[in-house]
Design a protein around this ligand. Structure first.
Ligand SMILES: [Zn+2]
Length: 265
């Protein structure tokens, strides 16, 4: 029996890299240009509950975006790139209805793979690495890169943290003290405390509800983490996201530059 194999087994990113190389794409990647050159029609419609559909027939290839749900431009770009992923990953079907795009849901292999494809298409690893190599992963750096690549803060955060040697964790913090980890680097093995983090900038931002304001704070490790280690402190950089009534927070181990910066502030 012949064992059917694909060009890149279990590697959706490789298919995205082929598109980037063949079209010689540079950030911000022109996702509509990609669709044009592969004859994919993109339209926005008032569709039921799904965020987007991919529909391929013998005559045409269409991506249909839910015009009520996907409004924010970086999210539109990621949604289109996700659907292009279903089209290009050879073991995916050509008819898809997608509901939680960008969640990197590991319990749903094809959705996770299409998200990985989209991430690599819009943020090619080869172009990102020189921009983060040897750099401290700050909120400012992630914001700058998200703008340069025209992707959401969340999409850029995941990609940066997956490719840095620094110890970093990114999370969403809610008024109830609920937290959703968005990404953490491989060696980051500390565990978040449950409930409200009393001395955090995140809590302060939610209480005072500054519009889009961000705050930086150096705290004892035990304020955020179960491991109350006195050997090092944690830098918290938090940004209030008023549309979601939540705070986006980056945590990392403090270094000399942080103390220097704090001193001169
Ligand atoms: Zn999908």
């Amino acid at each position: 029996m012949i064992n059917m194999r694909y060009l890149y087994e279990n590697s959706p990113e490789r298919y995205a890299q082929d598109v980037v190389c063949s079209m010689n794409l540079a950030p911000p990647v022109d996702i509509y240009g990609i669709c044009d050159s592969y004859d994919i029609k993109v339209c926005f419609e008032d569709i039921c509950t799904a965020e987007a559909f991919l529909v391929v027939t013998s005559r045409r290839k269409s991506i249909i975006i839910n015009e009520r749900k996907i409004l924010y431009m970086p999210r539109q770009r990621f949604t289109i790139a996700h659907e292009v992923g279903h089209l290009f990953i050879p073991w995916h079907t050509s008819q898809c209805a997608c509901y939680k795009i960008g969640n990197f849901d590991t319990s749903n292999a094809t959705e996770n793979e299409a998200d990985m494809f989209a991430s690599e298409l819009l943020i090619p690893t080869a172009s990102l690495i020189p921009k983060i190599e040897g750099r401290i992963i700050t909120l400012e750096l992630i914001k700058e890169l998200a703008q340069e690549y025209n992707v959401s803060l969340g999409a850029m955060t995941r990609k940066v943290i997956a490719n840095t040697d620094e110890m970093v964790m990114a999370l969403l913090y809610y008024g109830t003290g609920g937290k959703i980890i968005q990404a953490q680097s491989r060696d980051f093995d500390l565990h978040l405390r449950p409930g409200i983090i009393q001395s955090s900038a995140a809590k302060e931002l939610l209480n005072s509800r500054y519009g889009n304001e961000s705050m930086k704070r150096i705290l004892n490790c035990g304020e955020w983490f179960m491991e109350a280690n006195n050997d090092f402190e944690i830098v918290e950089e938090s940004m209030y996201q008023p549309h979601f009534s939540r705070v986006f927070t980056i945590l990392r181990v403090a270094n000399d530059f942080d103390y220097f910066d704090a001193f001169f502030r």
